[in-house]
Design a protein around this ligand. Structure first.
Ligand code: PLP
Length: 490
């Protein structure tokens, strides 16, 4: 039976239901499994033939005990989550002809066109299932750098057990991303645009973390979180590494490289999980933009936060990569005391002094690069204007640029899978700049759901970051009261 403990070591082990519904551990840490299961090569061979949903079923079954969720319920929830994707493979892999041994893993075929749909659809369905079973409801609070919010809002829309609050730094995400949250006609989805966030989504995360740390508020507002600290997100994000691996290798056992556009290290932690479980990965490339907290940590051992720089790959404008704590927990020898000390140092001083053993250990199987906006834009243009005629979104372009920069590190026949984490239709202004287009965009940069949202009304609450905690509490209290009153009438 898999149990989950906090990286800070301050709570008793919980089962998957509690880990999923609580989101944050009560001591301010992140939930991790007590043990990471190992997969034999024979098992990998068997998995190599499975569909995405069947593979997800096998992987998730290793973390979700049947006493909490039966096999039938797990399969049904997975099927319902992934049938909203517009590709039979869910995450198709495309080979780039003009870059040798380079592949693009398209993670953007879900309802809101980013990789966040992969884990969010299932997580929200799972939360809904657990809540309905208890005849309960919850307020899901999500801060977003542009893609998590839309995924959470769409997954939650119309679910009776959920009030979904999506917070975004105003004017720091694309207009298209904002519309995906504000144009939903669902009375249980509440978009909040927050002004005055110099550190973007990181500022919002801080406010939310403080609200969660207040036990009475947490209980009163029934707070729950589906942001990428939720264990379920990372667990589901391990699946696409396995699935795409099987699509590109000549034989199971061959070692390959993944290049991952990284912000909070959630997607890369999914990769760490996959490799620890036994996926043959030579290395992960951690591809940062100029907000290079992770690149600095991985290349120099200095885990320090610097001021946020707005870039064209805005969804990875993140300077406090909170899933890195999970990684540090495992590579530092599961030392709760060190994690407590480091988390506190990072919050107070913006920097952590990693011991030399940990600083070495974090480099095992990881290399990294920081990509400038010029490199991102020229990569979009080069790949589009090449024979491939393939349009990368700015985040996928960061991954491709990093793979290109670091390709000499590997033997020439090494296969590299670059993760395309969003559809370019979410970033038309960047595509325009990259391709120097003034008028109509190429058809690859269009998507009917994005076009459709332009003709819809927007519902949004506006707030200043300095007042966010009391303002949000007030808004949530009134929604809670309405909900309680209407249930009395029913
Ligand atoms: C399009 C896109 N790419 C990459 C990332 C980075 O993922 P992570 O924060 O899991 O590193 C995000 C979100 O943060 C995103 O929205």
């Amino acid at each position: 039976m898999t149990h989950f403990i906090s990286t800070r070591g301050g709570v008793a082990p919980v089962d998957i239901e509690a880990a999923v519904l609580q989101g944050y551990a009560a001591d301010g840490g992140l939930f991790v499994p007590q043990t990471i299961p190992r997969i034999s090569e024979e098992q990998l061979q068997k998995w190599s033939k499975l569909s995405f949903v069947d593979l997800a079923f096998e992987i998730l079954s290793l973390f979700i005990e049947r006493a909490v969720l039966t096999a039938d319920d797990l399969r049904r929830l997975l099927t319902n989550s992934f049938n909203r994707f517009d590709q039979p493979d869910v995450v198709p892999v495309v080979r780039l002809e003009t870059m040798s041994n380079t592949y693009v893993l398209e993670l953007f075929h879900g309802p809101t066109l980013s990789f966040k749909d992969l884990a969010m659809g299932f997580l929200v369905n799972l939360v809904d299932f657990f809540l309905q079973r208890k005849n309960d409801w919850a307020s899901l609070v999500v801060a977003t750098t542009g893609d998590t919010g839309p995924a959470a809002a769409h997954a939650s829309a119309g679910k009776k057990s959920i009030e979904c609050w999506v917070l975004y730094p105003n004017e720091m995400i694309s207009e298209e991303q904002a519309r995906q949250m504000t144009t939903l006609e669902a009375s249980n989805v509440h978009a909040v645009a927050v002004n005055g966030c110099p550190d973007g989504g990181d500022d919002l995360d801080l406010v939310i973390a403080r609200m969660f740390a207040d036990d009475s508020l947490r209980g009163q507002l029934k707070l729950s979180s589906v942001n990428s600290i939720n264990w379920c997100r990372v667990m589901v994000q391990a699946v696409h590494y396995f699935f795409s691996y099987f699509r590109v290798v000549d034989r199971v056992g061959e070692k390959i490289v993944f290049s991952v556009p990284s912000g909070a290290f959630g997607n890369l932690f999914g990769g760490y999980l996959a490799r620890t479980m036994g996926l043959p990965v030579k290395a992960y490339i951690c591809a940062n933009n100029q907000n290079a907290t992770l690149h600095r940590a991985l290349s120099t051992g200095r885990f320090t936060k610097e001021d946020l720089i707005p870039t064209v790959s805005s969804a990875i404008d993140i300077v406090a990569p909170y899933n890195f704590w999970r990684y540090l927990y495992f590579v530092s020898g599961r030392d709760h005391d060190k994690i407590c000390q480091w988390m506190d140092d990072f919050q107070k001083q913006g920097s952590v002094h990693l011991d030399s053993r940990t600083a070495d250990a974090i480099r095992d199987g990881y290399i990294s690069a920081s990509i400038t906006d010029e490199e991102t834009l020229s990569t979009i243009a080069d790949v589009f204007q090449s024979r491939d005629c393939y349009l990368l979104d700015p985040h996928a372009a960061v991954a491709v640029a990093a793979a290109d920069k670091l390709s000499n590190t590997f033997a020439p026949d090494t296969k590299i899978i670059c993760l395309a984490t969003a559809h370019s239709a979410k970033f038309p202004d960047v595509v325009r700049k990259a391709l120097s287009v003034e008028g109509e965009l190429p058809e690859q940069a269009m998507h009917q759901s994005i076009e459709g949202a332009k003709g819809l009304c927007q519902h949004v609450r506006l707030c200043d970051c300095s007042k966010l905690a009391p303002a949000l509490t007030h808004a949530m209290q009134s929604v809670t009261e309405r909900r309680v009153n209407s249930s009395k009438i029913e």
